[in-house]
Design a protein around this ligand. Structure first.
Ligand code: CTP
Ligand code: MG
Length: 495
């Protein structure tokens, strides 16, 4: 009992400390508020002649953002009657206009429809912020990434035309259901997830989204209570339905989502599991960490130490006795949600090609910087003899025996083992990297027909490099992000 009490006190202490670190400073809150107001005023001015409205999405509306977030979305709402092509065209035009008026720069990003991703810096925008900078109230000028996304203003979230159309409904629901007191609890959950690398529901991370953190906090009321529950979660057994949409058909609704470890019904859309992208691996991580934190609370869960010395990496790689092969190519210019499933598919395909040639792959992963992607393979077998043994037909079958013999007669020795013919033939590739190079040195069309996904195929057809263990290590020396990636690959464990 006394032990539990002292642990609860410790948990409280840790969470208080963490909250200090993850609550944006007054200056940052002020700067953000002024900046967003300015951006919205400009946006409204541009939308007015088109008779369109907008809504701000996500965490800034609910004060659940983490410090230095510097990213927000503006949704431009089109009437349902507007044809899709017009929405896309006008959506981009408006996005560009807003960016220009704010002296920013933009790129066009692609999701369900194209949208403008703008970078706007405070110095061009708000006089108020300029004054603050002068007074040194804010330390420096900062820049924000603003996604300007066109969406349809539909009547209910069940009638959406694309995923982004749901957001205005989320805003409304959360406005009614979230209290300011919960905001700090949401922040704790977001940072906890971030600490273990499972924050973000995009195809790259396959973790929990900000919206999911908000819903879980509403369900459990506090971060501590969330931990008490999450530490006992079992994959496939958690069914959270805040609006009780499935009060009477829970079992059949759960069946719908049975491959998903966590089920959180979207309050505004009964058919959607908000946690549908949450992978089983990350689910288990979250459960384990919740349990461990409750047993031994500490700040490291939220802010883990980053171990990434290349020396340490070298030692680890040598100890394992495996070899690394990397395939490096230019990063395709598409959003993560499109890129990452393609990288995983490509990596699976290449791994299978290697296996078909008896080069065994022990593990694989992918990494991208802004410019390049690397598919990494940890090889269990990377070199093979110059010859290989081919087991042929039974000696009892005259026809097949003749065929086998005439086919392999010139290649090398032929003999019988047990009751089957065996031939010794030359192996075309004795090194895994040679095989990979040979497979990838091909036209885009052929790469596609080999099962390489479209964007990687396009990039690889232009240029690629194969890295060995040594080159992988030297890249890690130059690139701390890559070193960290390798480190987490080698130290990955849940239990
Ligand atoms: N959204 C969603 N499902 C997801 C991701 C996003 O429904 N898997 C919607 C939600 O309506 C959310 C909005 O998109 O409010 C904005 O998403 P995002 O910026 O990713 O999340 P935030 O809640 O703003 O969290 P963060 O602080 O990380 O920006
Ligand atoms: Mg956001």
């Amino acid at each position: 009992m006394a032990e539990k009490k002292s642990r609860d006190i410790r948990i409280h202490e840790v969470l208080t400390e963490i909250l200090k670190k993850i609550t944006p400073s007054e200056e940052e809150q002020y700067e953000t508020k002024v900046f967003i107001e300015k951006v919205l005023t400009v946006t409204d001015g541009i939308l007015k002649p088109h008779r369109l409205t907008r809504t701000l999405a996500g965490s800034y509306m609910r004060d659940t953002w983490l410090p230095n977030k510097k990213e927000f979305d503006i949704f431009v709402m089109f009437p349902e009657s507007c044809p899709r092509e017009k929405l896309e065209k006008l959506g981009l035009e408006i996005g560009k206009k807003i960016t220009k008026r704010l002296h920013g720069e933009y790129v066009i990003a692609y999701a369900e429809h194209p949208y403008v991703r703008a970078k706007v810096c405070t110095k061009y925008v708000a006089e108020e912020i300029k004054k603050l900078i002068r007074k040194e109230k804010v330390s420096r000028e900062s820049c924000y990434e603003i996604d300007i996304v066109p969406c349809y203003a539909v009547k209910s979230a069940e009638k959406i035309k694309s995923a982004v159309d749901r957001t205005p409904f989320h805003n409304r629901w959360l406005y009614d259901n979230m209290s300011p007191a919960l905001a700090s609890q949401v922040r704790l959950l977001k940072q906890f997830a971030k600490g273990m690398g499972v924050y973000g529901s995009d195809a790259k991370v396959l973790g929990v989204s900000g919206y999911l953190c908000e819903l879980l906090t509403i369900q459990y009321k506090s971060f501590k209570n969330f931990l008490d529950h999450a530490s006992k979660w079992e994959a496939g057994q958690v069914f959270i339905d805040l609006e009780e949409h499935h009060k009477d058909d829970r079992a059949s609704a759960a069946k719908e989502f049975r491959t998903q470890p966590l089920i959180v019904i979207d309050p505004v859309d009964p058919k959607r599991n908000v946690a549908s992208n949450f992978s089983p691996e990350n689910f288990v991580k979250l459960v384990k960490s919740s349990r461990e934190f409750l047993e031994k609370p500490g700040e490291q869960f939220f802010f883990p130490e980053k171990k990434k010395s290349p020396k340490d990496l070298k030692k680890r790689m040598e100890e394992r006795g495996t070899q690394i092969i990397g395939v490096k190519f230019q990063k395709p210019d598409v959003i993560d949600d499109i890129l990452w499933p393609q990288l995983r598919r490509t990596s699976r395909r290449l791994s299978n090609i290697l296996k078909e040639h008896e080069f065994m792959v022990m593990g694989k992963d992918a990494f991208c910087t802004e410019k390049e992607c690397i598919l990494m393979f940890e090889m269990e077998v990377w070199a093979l003899p110059r010859i290989r043994k081919l087991v042929g037909p039974f000696v009892f079958s005259r026809k097949h025996s003749d065929e086998f013999i005439s086919k392999y007669r010139g290649a090398g020795r032929i003999w019988v083992e047990g009751s089957s013919w065996v031939a010794e033939i030359k192996r075309k590739f004795t090194q895994a990297d040679q095989k990979l190079k040979d497979s990838l040195k091909d036209s885009e069309k052929n790469l596609l027909s080999k099962g390489i996904a479209s964007h990687p195929a396009h990039a690889i057809a232009k240029k690629f490099d194969i890295l060995d263990s040594k080159e992988t290590l030297s890249l890690a020396k130059k690139n701390p992000g890559f070193a960290e990636f390798l480190h987490s690959y080698f130290t990955k464990r849940v239990v």
